[in-house]
Ligand binder design. Sequence first.
Ligand code: ACO
Length: 154
Amino acid sequence: MTDQIVIRQLNEDEVPPYELLLDADPSREMVDGYLGASEAYVAVYKNETVGIYVLHPVNASVAEIKNIAVAGRYQGRGIGKLLLNDAERRARAYGFKVVQIGTGNSSTGPLALYQKRGFEIKDIKRNFFIDNYAEPLFEDGIRVKHMIVLEKEL
Ligand code: ACO
């Protein structure tokens, strides 16, 4: 099915697919904070928005994927990989040298995906999710505390 997916930029006048964005990042405040200063790209399958990623310039050489998500019933079919590849390709075309992505200590799926795609762990922002989120977060019974920052050279 991935050959039937079109990835296109989300226009500024469109309502962002918050259900997807909040699945990757449960803070609406954080999401709205970076959406304005980023580009969002959606994966569309037969007129349905099935995935999203948000690309944010950190500085002249580093771009960060702030958010990446695939709708629940479409997960595990290669769309996440497609989105990640597209984000890397776009960041490279813009002239960035490094692409960065951060995820919670509890996010074993995303950590597997990113490392399989060549991202290396660069940093741990200790207590990031305790200090920046109003409510305690849990995922698969694990307290979400630290942000694992991964990087890939383009
Ligand atoms: N455990 C182990 N491996 C996994 C898992 C998992 N839970 N999920 C994906 N992978 C691996 C797959 O095995 C696959 O490997 P392969 O290339 O060897 O076959 C690879 O990652 C790609 O899998 P896809 O099918 O492309 O991934 P999917 O379409 O399911 O998208 C995503 C992955 C985006 C993480 C999706 O599961 C999702 O939306 N999850 C909920 C939101 C989320 O957690 N987003 C990331 C938060 S961090 C951030 O946004 C910056």
